[in-house]
Design a binder for this molecule. Structure first.
Ligand code: ADP
Ligand code: MG
Length: 507
């Protein structure tokens, strides 16, 4: 649907109540895969490996190969379940979900079905306006990821119109936890923001537990957003659509908002919603139909005969519970106090989903104020222009290094912005870029004085004015010196020196 045909957002909310449900896949960063000893590409040590190099007979479904459960993945899943406020099943089991697709060599995915490892939880999520939601969790279950297809030759990267497809089994067997919420009511106009804030909270939880790299742009964290509308006052839930794999926080919010407006326009005209998956298009800000989806997709689930049930001991669960880090909402309250930010400043950071980045930047040595300035200022601007999340552009340690270079006077803000562009372009660390591009501030007074004397000598009228006490005339000289230094001087220092030299006896 073209954006012009959408219903106005406020109007849509007047007529309908939005209900959302979120499915988030978290890739665990264990060293090896879910059921095999092959290295796990979701662990940053193996990220970016050549296609089909991180595989074993198990991930390829070769005859005679048998799965073995990865204990670390189970422990991570239990920790995640506990952090989501879930009960942990004393016994849960794996199930086969049967379907054919070329990225799934075995023709079935090992997942959990009627006995997930974690169920019935709740996550506290805070919105920009201070509203706090308890998002109800239905279940969190363990499963393995499928491989990855690349469709070559078409214009869209989709299978339609492609000449051929390549398959990479590196991702086959990567440990996943799928977290499914119950239908979420009552968010009203905040539903799109709640969807974003919820996924961002899941990311914070995963990072604080250290169980996932949790980078959306790498697919470590993937979200499917279910949206339905029901007329005001209606009991029955409306028909939902499921927008798949929306891969940035920003897109989650936009996709939910779009679906509310699209469905409202259809329903208001007396039409009906098709229960289906939909694809999000970042460029046009719209969704398009994927495949129809009934409530009972028949995957012929049955208990996985090659694996025993998972029966964690009560001691293990207690131990993992005792080791849980602070919950994100409580953590935020503490950070806000520690950093001494105003409500507005803190919300600015939180809304941009940058709390973790800021915290790491401060840990790496930047002041909270400097960290905030860079992340919500220049980095956010570059991210916006590129249509990506700020966190994917630059590492917190590099931001801290940049802030320190400014603090120590080696860089002016203007030079630091150039250095940042180099960091974002992948040219190296801030210090390396300063060295390579020769961007450091000229802090050698000798060089500055030489340039100042030259400028004063060539503008005797200005010199006379300064000596007359017309200090603002110094601007012309400062400008000339900054130009001679190619902007690589600290203007405040230049000003000091200009006034000093102007009052010195002329030689
Ligand atoms: P599926 O197999 O279709 O992915 P799941 O049970 O894994 O089903 O997830 C469905 C998600 O959609 C859950 O988060 C659920 O709470 C949510 N949901 C179910 N019905 C509705 C509805 N009518 N409107 C909005 N969300 C819904
Ligand atoms: Mg699902």
């Amino acid at each position: 649907m073209a954006r012009a045909e959408l219903m106005d957002y406020d109007k849509a909310l007047e007529l309908f109540e939005p209900v959302i449900g979120l499915e988030v896949h978290v890739e665990l960063n264990t060293t090896t895969k879910m059921f095999s000893p092959a290295p796990n590409p979701a662990n940053s040590a193996y990220h970016g490996a050549e296609p089909n190099t991180l595989v074993s007979p198990v991930c390829l479904g070769l005859p005679g190969s048998l799965p073995v459960v990865n204990g670390d993945a189970v422990r991570s899943s239990i920790s995640l379940g506990l952090a989501l406020g879930c009960s942990i099943a004393p016994s849960s089991r794996f199930a086969r979900k049967n379907y054919f697709y070329p990225d799934l060599a075995k023709n079935y995915q090992i997942s959990q079905y009627d006995e997930p490892i974690a169920f019935e939880g709740s996550v506290e999520v805070e919105l920009a306006n201070g509203r706090v939601f308890d998002v109800p969790i239905e279940r969190a279950h363990m499963e393995e990821d499928a491989g990855k297809l690349t469709h070559v030759g078409g214009s869209t990267g989709r299978i339609q119109g492609a000449e051929y497809s390549l398959v990479d089994y590196n991702r086959a067997g990567v440990p996943l936890v799928e977290i499914v919420t119950k239908p979420i009511f009552g968010a009203e106009a905040d539903a799109p923001e709640l969807a974003k804030a919820y996924v961002s909270t899941i990311r914070d939880i995963a990072l604080s537990l250290g169980i996932s790299e949790a980078r959306m742009e790498r697919g470590n964290l993937r979200c499917d957003a279910n949206v339905s509308l029901r007329p005001r006052g209606a009991e029955q839930l409306g028909i939902r659509t499921e927008t798949k794999n929306v891969n940035s926080f920003r897109s989650i919010e936009r996709a939910v908002r779009y679906e509310i407006q699209r469905q409202a326009a259809i329903l208001a005209k007396g039409g009906s919603i098709t229960q289906e998956t939909r694809h999000w298009h970042e460029d046009t800000g719209t969704t398009s139909p994927g495949r129809p989806k009934s409530d009972a997709d028949d995957y012929r689930y049955f208990p996985e005969p090659d694996l025993l049930p998972v029966v964690p001991s009560a001691e293990l669960i207690d131990k993992l519970r005792a080791a849980l880090p602070e919950a994100p909402a409580a953590h935020r309250r503490r950070l806000k106090a520690q950093w001494g930010f105003t409500d507005l400043e803190f919300q600015d950071v939180a809304n941009s989903g940058l709390l973790v980045e800021l915290e790491e930047t401060v840990k790496a040595g930047a002041t909270p104020a400097a960290a905030r300035k860079w992340w919500t200022g220049e980095i956010a601007r570059l991210a916006n222009a590129a249509g990506v999340d700020a966190a994917s552009l630059v590492a917190p340690v590099h931001v801290a290094e940049l802030a320190q270079l400014v603090d120590s006077g080696s860089l002016t803000d203007r030079l630091a912005r150039q250095v940042l562009e180099g960091v974002v372009a992948g040219e190296g660390s801030p210090q390396q870029i300063v060295d390579i591009r020769g961007l450091a501030v000229v802090s050698d007074d000798g060089a500055l004085i030489a340039a100042i004397d030259e400028a004063l000598a060539s503008q005797p009228d200005v010199l006379a004015k300064i000596r007359d006490g017309k200090v603002q005339a110094a601007g012309a000289v400062i400008g000339a010196v900054m130009k001679a230094m190619h902007g690589k001087a600290d203007a405040a220092r230049v000003r000091e020196l200009v006034l000093e030299r102007a009052s010195a006896p002329v030689e």
